[in-house]
Ligand binder design. Sequence first.
Ligand code: MG
Length: 256
Amino acid sequence: MKSSVALAALLALITMSSCKDTTPPAPTEAELPDPKLTEQWEPVPTVISSPAGGVPSDAIVLFDGTSLAGWESVEGGDALWEVKDGELHVVPKTKDIRTRQGFGDAQLHVEFRCPPVVNGEGQGRGNSGIFLMEKYEVQVLDSYENKTYVNGQLGSIYKQHPPLVDVARPPGVWQEYDIVFVAPRFDSNGALVSPARFTVFLNGVLVQHDVVLRGPTDYRGTPPFTAHADKLPLRLQDHGDLVAYRNIWIRELQLP
Ligand code: MG
């Protein structure tokens, strides 16, 4: 018994000596680096304004409630959707519409409303879509209490990324997307340098965080990226459902 007590004491002594604090002493005030060494003064960020509930001053307004002047039909010619009461309404069978201007990296704000009268189910209910560069779709769907494949529900990057949470509002209620899109990069031989990426907020909630795409968001198959222009139009989908849009604006981004 006595020897085991002595052994324990010895072990404690060894442990104490091996755990000796080796942390160097805190530097004195005089030894700390000059705080100016970690200050950055250039380049100075551009000054813009962004009123509460309004549009940032450097945004391009794509739909202000009155005009479709900045849009055309994907079939060519004027966009045939209806502007009514400050809203933009899909007119079924008139085809998708797209902006006349092209965009690359961008921050996009879009408000939308799925029909108040529920008609259909799954992908056949309040379906539309927001296609960056005409190829990469952020899904618009009335998926409120409406089961469908999760990478096709509201908040998904169609057929690629389900949303982190389901924050869909009921049919007939206005909802909003805030989307950050990073366009894919291609080298001069057309090889992919970096894929497209999305960060998406739906109704103020993060639903996609810097997700990487594997190519265009097609209905069938998994096509790879193929080289395209640096800037391409934004397209809205006529899926045959009476979806409405309002307050659409975009900010072109100069990402590092
Ligand atoms: Mg769609």
